[in-house]
Design a protein around this ligand. Structure first.
Ligand code: SF4
Ligand code: SF4
Length: 154
């Protein structure tokens, strides 16, 4: 069984053109947050530290990777194989603890069924794949569960 996207899953999945092909609604698998360390500049460090009510020194000690530094540029630390701000519960979705003040690199990241990371999340958490024509492939039950979840996000 397959579901064609677009337009098979309105209103949950939204599309626009982009470098990575059509973008999709993020289904919060967190794979991208495990694969990359996010660069932040001083302004972003200040903003996130302020939102957490931490001094810059405390924030840096806890959240900045001490092994990488360029003037004015830093990397968020990873912890247990993922960004230190990624919170994963028992379910299939994760969330960002600093979502409202997340760095530009995270804001600019576009979810897409053409992205390797998003496809990995589909397979790992939903037992779904995407075929060459952009259709989700999987069992009827897996597709139904995913569809229900996507609709719950909007
Ligand atoms: S800051 Fe948030 S969105 Fe960005 S990598 Fe970390 S957990 Fe993911
Ligand atoms: S890999 Fe894709 S679907 Fe998963 S959290 Fe990142 S952007 Fe969202």
């Amino acid at each position: 069984m397959s579901i064609e996207i677009p337009p098979g899953l309105p209103p949950g999945i939204q599309y626009s053109s982009g470098d990575e092909g059509p973008t999709a609604t993020c289904f919060r698998c967190g794979i991208c947050c495990t694969e990359y360390q996010v660069p932040v500049d001083q302004t972003e460090v200040n903003r996130i530290a302020d939102s957490l009510g931490l001094s810059l020194a405390l924030f840096s000690d806890k959240y900045i990777d001490p092994h990488w530094y360029r003037p004015g540029s830093f990397l968020l630390r990873h912890c247990d194989g993922a960004c230190i701000f990624l919170e994963r519960g028992a379910g299939r979705s994760a969330y960002c603890l600093i979502h409202s003040v997340r760095p530009a690199a995270c804001r600019d990241w576009t979810p897409s069924l053409y992205r390797r990371e998003c496809r990995a999340g589909l397979t790992k958490y939903w037992q779904l794949t995407v075929d060459s024509s952009g259709q989700l492939q999987g069992s009827e039950q897996a597709l139904r569960l995913f569809q229900t979840f996507i609709k719950s996000l909007v």
